[in-house]
Ligand binder design. Structure first.
Ligand SMILES: NC(=O)c1ccc[n+]([C@@H]2O[C@H](COP(=O)([O-])OP(=O)(O)OC[C@H]3O[C@@H](n4cnc5c(N)ncnc54)[C@H](OP(=O)(O)O)[C@@H]3O)[C@@H](O)[C@H]2O)c1
Length: 319
């Protein structure tokens, strides 16, 4: 059953809803744990925290020195209430790495896990998705996504069938390229999707022209990839101090400014910042605490960032 916008308003869901998460009561450094902002997935009514983590860079052999750091990052994210995890079979061995970390920490069932399929034909799509189950464990994924529209019609057929069988709770399609926006919009109109995943950032707002409003109208939830434009947002602001208005939204870092801007978009919009560092995971989860910018402040944030972005194309196109 899809929830209409009116149903969601009745439930008080969307950008402003908050709820306590997971019985956690302490942040790092003994700060009291605040409630994380929660978002409601329109198609299922399920609630998830308004911030996720992207695992594109969780890559390395079992003995590489990065693995303990990845593990700390994941543990920090989870301990502070983070649940939504995005990976893909084409992020090196990320699925294997986080599969192992989840087993060691025994948190697989506690997480809301999303991965992808990136094959053209039916048989290799099925094989790829079976391999994801082997690496990540468990008997279902919360979200399976067609990666960058690859083999989209064929893969969606399999994914719909597996959703019926309970192997996927939600299904969706991803892109991070403005060249695919039109094709994705067409798929969103034609198929019953639970999710799309698109690139969107304070300095890269092209997907807000059509895709985000279309998702809201169609009751499709959105995972936002590249909320930092692969780190380019940090380069744009350099070592500037936070503007005064950052205090009005309880933002204590540039990362929190960028993430709160994304989370505050109308509809169900959940950024999945990529990080491999525990202190960045803490910073990013912190963005889901406290106030979010209203429409007026969001305009002011855009006016602030636009002159700092290197070229106009960067604001509309690829993240
Ligand atoms: N088409 C697709 O389906 C698609 C395409 C691209 C990405 N994605 C998904 O989206 C996720 C996010 O994209 P992304 O990782 O490429 O780009 P991103 O989230 O825009 O930026 C990641 C960069 O920001 C840095 N960072 C993270 N938190 C920070 C903080 N609090 N302070 C300062 N720097 C911080 C990271 O460095 P550290 O690691 O050092 O923290 C990394 O260099 C991916 O992991 C993936 O899951 C999907």
């Amino acid at each position: 059953m899809k929830l209409s916008r009116r149903d969601l308003l009745k439930l008080g869901a969307g950008a402003g809803l908050t709820a306590a998460v997971g019985g956690l009561n302490r942040l790092h450094g003994q700060r009291p744990q605040q409630a994380l902002q929660m978002k409601t997935i329109q198609s299922s009514g399920q609630q998830v925290p308004a911030i996720g983590i992207g695992c594109r860079n969780f890559r390395g052999g079992p003995d590489s020195k990065e693995i303990p750091v990845f593990r700390d990052t994941f543990e920090t994210f989870h301990r502070l209430g983070g649940r939504v995890v995005d990976t893909s079979p084409n992020y090196g061995n990320s699925e294997e790495v986080i599969g192992r970390i989840m087993r060691e920490l025994e948190i697989r069932d506690d997480l809301w896990l999303a991965t992808k399929v990136d094959r053209e034909d039916e048989a290799s799509g099925v094989q790829r998705m079976d391999e994801s189950f082997e690496k990540l464990g468990g008997d279902h994924f919360d979200l399976m996504q067609v990666h960058n529209l690859r083999g989209v019609e064929v893969q969606l057929e399999t994914m719909k069938a597996w959703k019926e069988q309970g192997r996927f709770r939600h299904i969706g399609v991803t892109t991070s390229s403005a060249r695919q926006y039109e094709a994705l919009a067409e798929i969103m109109r034609r198929h019953d999707l639970d999710f799309v995943q698109v690139n969107f950032a304070l300095g890269t707002r092209g997907s807000a022209e059509t895709l985000l409003p279309l998702a809201e109208d169609r009751g499709i939830a959105v995972l936002v990839n590249l909320p930092f434009g692969r780190g380019r947002m940090f380069e744009a602001v350099g070592d500037r101090a936070l503007p005064d208005w950052a205090a009005d939204i309880d933002a204590q870092s540039w990362a929190q400014v960028f993430l709160k801007y994304v989370m505050a978009q109308p509809g169900t919009v959940i950024p999945i910042p990529g990080t491999t560092k525990p202190h960045h995971a803490e910073d990013n989860v912190g963005a889901a605490m406290g106030r979010l910018p209203d429409a007026n402040l969001r305009r002011e944030m855009e006016r602030f960032i636009d002159p700092l972005m290197p070229e106009r194309r960067g604001r509309r196109g690829r993240g």
